[in-house]
Ligand binder design. Structure first.
Ligand code: AMP
Length: 424
């Protein structure tokens, strides 16, 4: 199948040529013809499959070739709702790329930054709005956005939206959309909650599915290093001695862990930056840009922050820890080997994580290759149930102690400040 066979208009064909896309991906082949005919769609596809183009291209084509909008200020005709600002930005960039030779305008709105630039763009008029739910509702409440002119509605990463607690926000948005519209629903997984949400949104949808979450891309080579918890920093440095690994996306379960890993890499003069929920929007954008442009070698990300990362031809993913949800592992390594490129995933597993590997191997139905020959083999054994209980108890006690002392310090500071203020 070629893009010509999909009967795309010339300006979009040209933009895809500019992007060096040779052929449509399976989700594009399956979805685009129906979407061009105006059908609703329920698509099961994860990031990395080319799903953004699958919904962006038909919307652009409809907007370019359909009847022109009424005169005056451009009404917002398409709304794309997505869970994170990173994803929103990526979608905006994709729309810019695919719509390069058209006059269609889009803007992206998300929280965590000042709203002025966003409201200015809205005032100038846009055809397509890409939004995260919180900021969208906020600007709707302030009267900057009205959804009664929406003709195309996309709910992107629906499962992630629900995981992040956006269900009420989604309902509020749905209540404002016109009944007459085309709706596109994308989700990596399709549990019952998602299917029932989709029923409220879609009318007689076409169902398409590509590489379900349990199937890891065949092009990804997966390796596993069994080691001890304390050896992971050294083992990582050992692995990074390979000069081939010039662009590595590394996952850390926690934000603190991510910062610690970066610090250790900096000590060895390895360029690294972290992106996670505690980083400002500007810091995240800069880290991503530096990574894409080769100024840093390792981008350390938590799972949520990583969601919107879109890097063409990313080869290496490192799991610094093993996720306890096997689906998360599949999502993580799916970031490499995108769109037919060969990818390599390397996982560092400490004794407490051995059991997670078992559930991952069950889900993906294959054995991950063990790297036996390395200087930091696993010599510790996993804790017994009794040891684990004691360990968890001790951890809870320490956490409590930490919060108690923080509260006490805060109390002291607050009363101190009050005293000064009174004195003045
Ligand atoms: P997505 O699943 O939308 O996050 O897209 C994953 C990556 O695939 C992005 O970097 C796109 O630029 C790229 N991509 C999308 N469609 C194609 C295509 N037909 N050929 C090559 N790359 C593509």
């Amino acid at each position: 199948m070629t893009f010509e066979q999909l009967e795309l208009i010339a300006p979009i064909q040209q933009a895809l040529k500019d992007e060096n896309y040779v052929a449509p991906t399976p989700i594009q082949v399956q979805a685009i013809p129906y979407l061009l005919k105006g059908r609703d769609i329920l698509a099961s596809a994860q990031t990395g499959t080319g799903k953004t183009a699958a919904f962006a291209i038909p919307i652009l084509q409809h907007l370019v070739s359909g009847p022109p909008p009424p005169r005056g200020l451009r009404p917002i005709r398409a709304l794309i709702l997505t869970p994170t600002r990173e994803l929103a930005i990526q979608i905006g960039e994709s729309l810019n790329a695919y719509g390069r030779h058209t006059k269609i305008r889009n803007t992206v709105i998300f929280g965590g930054v000042n709203q002025n630039k966003q409201t200015q763009a809205l005032r100038r008029g846009v055809d397509i709005l890409v939004a995260t739910p919180g900021r969208l509702l906020d600007l709707m409440n302030q009267g900057f956005i009205h959804l009664d002119t929406i003709e195309y509605f996309v709910l992107d990463e629906a499962d992630r939206m629900l995981d992040m607690g956006f269900i009420h926000d989604i309902r509020k948005v749905l209540a404002e959309l016109p009944q007459q519209r085309q709706s596109l629903f994308f989700s990596a997984t399709m549990p019952d909650t998602i299917v029932s949400l989709s029923r409220k949104i879609l009318t007689d949808p076409v169902k398409v599915a590509v590489s379900p979450v349990s199937s890891t891309a065949e092009t990804i080579q997966q390796y596993l290093y069994l080691t001890n918890k304390s050896s992971k920093p050294e083992l990582l440095l050992h692995i990074l001695k390979d000069p081939e690994m010039d662009q590595v996306l590394l996952f850390s379960r926690t934000k603190h862990g991510a910062d610690r890993i970066c610090k250790n890499l900096h000590k060895k003069h390895i360029g690294a930056a972290a992106i996670h929920g505690n980083k400002s929007q500007n810091q995240r954008q800069k880290a991503l840009k530096d990574f894409k442009e080769g100024r840093i070698r390792v981008l350390v990300a938590t799972d949520i922050a990583s969601r919107g990362i879109d890097i063409d031809q990313l080869r290496y993913v490192v799991n610094y820890d093993i996720p306890n949800e096997p689906e998360t592992y599949v999502h993580r390594i799916g970031r490499s080997g995108r769109a037919g490129e060969e990818g390599i995933s390397i996982s560092l597993c400490e004794p407490e994580e051995n059991e997670y590997i078992q559930s991952i191997e069950k889900l993906i139905d294959q054995r991950i290759e063990r790297v036996e020959d390395h200087p930091y083999p696993q010599t510790d054994r996993p804790m017994t149930a009794e040891e684990k209980r004691t360990f968890e108890k001790e951890k809870a006690r320490k956490r409590q102690e930490y919060f108690d002392s923080r509260r006490k310090n805060k109390g002291n500071r607050d009363s101190g400040r009050g005293y000064k203020r009174n004195k003045r």
